[in-house]
Design a protein around this ligand. Sequence first.
Ligand code: BG6
Ligand code: MG
Length: 221
Amino acid sequence: MQAAACIFDLDGVIVDTARYHYLAWKRLTDQLGIHFTEEDNERLKGVSRMASLEIILEIGNRKVDERQKQEYATLKNNWYVDYISKMTPDEILPGSLEFIKELRNANIRVAIGSASKNTPMILERVGILKLFDAVADGNIISKAKPNPEVFLKAAEMAGIKPRKCVVFEDAVAGVQAALTAGMMCIGIGSRGILTQAHFVVPGLNEMNLAKLRTLEKDIQL
Ligand code: BG6
Ligand code: MG
């Protein structure tokens, strides 16, 4: 394949917001008396807000009604928004900006494919909203990763066919979504966790256009 668009997950790929999600969930679980560790938090990566809450309630073995769930999700999100509203451009992960700008200069479309409803706020806070040709996020999709909806939407908005898209993802559910969408997927993180990705790099600082061109050569979609 030869990529005409690169679609980036946001949390954990371009910015390290996974830390803030953890702190906000931790505050809720402490309040509820649920034992919640950083290891448990791995299960929440890429997963929607409500699905994350379900996992937490399962860990704590709690049964609560819908109204209570909405209340917990709102509490967590308010704390999370408190953290991200203080974000600065310094929190963009190393190499991301350079790589995205290199792609743009080569006329490759760049898009966001994120489950987060807070995507516009984060992009705005770190000052990169204008860099993207398309932003598909939790506000415009109804099916969470591993469903491919968010990546298919990003491709459609960027005007590029799925088999011409490469996805950069740090979550297992996100890698599955990319593959189901019929796209090439480069995992961001560890090979041991992102076993299904076509390739894995530790971070976008390990990526450049020449490397992308080499990696994509071996991929048939
Ligand atoms: C994903 C994160 O990008 O967005 C998840 O990896 C998060 O941890 C999900 O739950 C939904 O985010 P938000 O900001 O809409 O609660
Ligand atoms: Mg992520």
